[in-house]
Design a protein around this ligand. Sequence first.
Ligand code: ADP
Ligand code: ASP
Ligand code: MG
Length: 412
Amino acid sequence: MARLVLKFGGTSVADIQRIERAAEKIAREYKAGHEIAVVVSAMSGVTNKLVGYCDEITSMYDAREYDTVVSSGEQVTAGLMAIALQKRGIPARSWLGWQLPIICDDIHGKSRILDIPTDEIEKRFKGEEVLVLAGFQGVTEKNRIATLGRGGSDTSAVALAAALKAERCDIYTDVDGIYTTDPRVVPEARRISQISYDEMLELASLGAKVLQNRSVEMAMKNNVSLQVLSSFNDEIGSDLPGTLVTKEENIMEKPVVSGIAFSTKEAKISILNVPDEPGVAAKIFEPISNANIIVDMIVQDVSSKGNVTGITFVVPKEDAKKAEQVLSGLEILKDAEVRVNQDVAKISVVGIGMRTHAGVAEKMFRTLAAKGINIGVIAATEIKISVLIAQDYSELAVRALHDAYNLEQAEV
Ligand code: ADP
Ligand code: ASP
Ligand code: MG
């Protein structure tokens, strides 16, 4: 007998037929004698619709009320899934974030889980009950509903698996595992059988939405064994048909490049004519950070005239306006010019083998150059290289790089 957390994403619960199909899989795991907690997303499209309702009234909505609205999608699927399980003779009960509770901080819209008390769950497991938790939501210490950021049901599932010390957390979705890049963009993408937490965290943070990056971070910290698998075929998680996200030491094959991620969700901000003097970077980035804006890929030019320089960095598109406002109010930039470019894409190659192999960056630059693609900004860590290019070239770049690193070739 094992303790399992099974998460079903939006497309896996998109209609009643799919909910019943998911319930069948849960029933098979339950009948094999496992203790089961299920986490569900809203039916696909529902969260976008709910976000749209808020936007229709105003783009300046109160984040607490946004959370009240957008958390409602998961309530529907939790109840429906419990009904589908009960129909199969399984004692199941739905739980909302405030009921369990999933305690989280009050950064509404991007809240983080702080604690999940497990006494009630343990009691229910003893009574052989299946728990069905509404994903994506928790309750703050001020007793308000908060949501965990888009894609946050993955994090609900991993947090629950960590709290319950589950043997495995199975993320059922619309693809049968993690691929070398998004298989919807590159049909030649290859399924990976195992991937390290570090690589998956980079891929997820750099745009691969198959797992929310916070869920990978949490799995890594708590050593949760994570499997990504399809909800559309006949296999169940215990057959281990999907991709396992695990510790680096468990992985036999350490490819130089494991995957390619891309994102068009960022904007490039360039500041020209910045005074080249000590403390200027702090004066720019402190107010940006105080405004809760996450910055990436910072580059400072070599000062050509001696007393002024240029600084370029990347922020999420939705924060670009706010960043521009913050910068326009800074005394230090009174003679500077701020330019925002929304038309960019970030392309990243990721692999733990890069630590010990040279030439990965050179191949990336050469491949992009051969396609006539200009590189705006470059950033690297020991296991990833990211470049910023014009958004129109993003698919071409991903396909060319996938080919250049031979990622379509089968694992050996
Ligand atoms: P869910 O609704 O189940 O949470 P998501 O849409 O959030 O599913 O994530 C699954 C999608 O992630 C896939 O349909 C696929 O298009 C996309 N994706 C992006 N990068 C990858 C990758 N490297 N491997 C697999 N899927 C990826
Ligand atoms: N329903 C939420 C979203 O669409 C959470 C999730 O599906 O993970 O972002
Ligand atoms: Mg998702």
